[in-house]
Design a protein around this ligand. Sequence first.
Ligand code: NAP
Length: 398
Amino acid sequence: MSSPIAFDGQNRPVVPEEGALIPIIVGDGVGPDIWRATEPVLAKAARLSGHRLEFMEVLAGEEAHRRTGQYLPGETLETLRKYRVALKGPLATPVGGGLRSLNVAIRQALDLYACVRPIKWIPGVPSPVRRPDKADMVIFRENTEDVYAGLEWAAGTPEAESLIGYAADRLKARIRPGSAVGLKPMSEFGSKRLVRMALSWALAEGRPNLTLVHKGNIMKYTEGAFRAWGYEVAREEFGPLTVPEAEAAAPGEEKRLVVKDRIADNMFMQSLLRPEEYGVLAMPNLNGDYLSDCLAGQIGGLGMAPGANLGDGLAVFEATHGTAPKYAGLDQVNPSSLILSGAFMLEFLGWGEAAGRIRRALETVVGQKVMTYDLARLAGLRPVSCSEFGRAVADCLG
Ligand code: NAP
């Protein structure tokens, strides 16, 4: 198998007839533990559904540094660009390695502008809320702009002082001397392409609504603009298929996708009190960072939350947690985030049946009270190891 996956004009993957060859970055810390548990699950689910799936390891992180002297070799980026759809474990942020974050570097190099996090509870997973089944949302978080753009300068540096001087002289804006300074860029281009992807997704999945989450009441020209640009895309590019919330009650509008917006702090509360009223959420980078993990907490924590970074014609699916260094090599952590990210990838490839098998197997295993330490401690059970959990899921696939 060597042909790469292609993408059609609607940014949907087209898998070659001979099957899918997927590059895998195993990752640092607990990466090897969770990959060993995940690979047999994905391979078996694909096989049972009549698909050929193979993986090829590509290097990034500490292993890459050991073997090549680089944390993110150019060859790895080339392979990801060529094969288009990849899977990834967690990567440690190199200390003194010259890169702010390897994850951010991969997202920027491949222009993976949307971080997508589906939030759906697997029955039986311990949760801090009484009705975790009510949260069934997909978050689209902008990945390249906002305060995560990396535009910040340390207090007392000439760059920070120069910006403070510029603000005082040219913008009549007073910033206390000696402050650290950061910039929060949000463009029409970046905001609109994110909302466009989220709207296309919501319509393709038959979701009832899309919510623009922002803090535009305070940051009017950045977060407020995100809201305005979001409504503009919905109106101008998806007009016949969408309706703003204010007009949604009119007769005949019930079949259209309702587009609404919520201020971020209210959205955090809504996500706890009325989660069932929300389907797809689109938001800038920082809001998305917080809300993704907050919602992951409702369905069992980061160990149970899948994720993907999507661009135009490129997709990297990844475990949402980090390298959990204190558990590295101990065969203890929960592999479900990577297993579910793999299932999300299979669904993205159009192999929904294989993805369904995995979700059902996870539900069966958790229903049998077979859990790794993170869930077992919440449920008061004896934990199984990462590899035992993976084997149980693979055995339950049917
Ligand atoms: P982390 O690795 O996600 O771990 C934080 C805590 O989350 C762990 O101590 C553990 O909690 C729990 N946890 C994480 N993964 C788990 C799993 N699979 N199963 C069960 N519990 C799990 O976060 P961090 O310690 O802040 O970051 C460590 C390194 O990872 C850093 O270098 C950071 O830059 C990097 N990182 C990478 C990514 C990525 O690659 N996408 C994301 C985040 C962080 P308990 O201690 O309570 O058991």
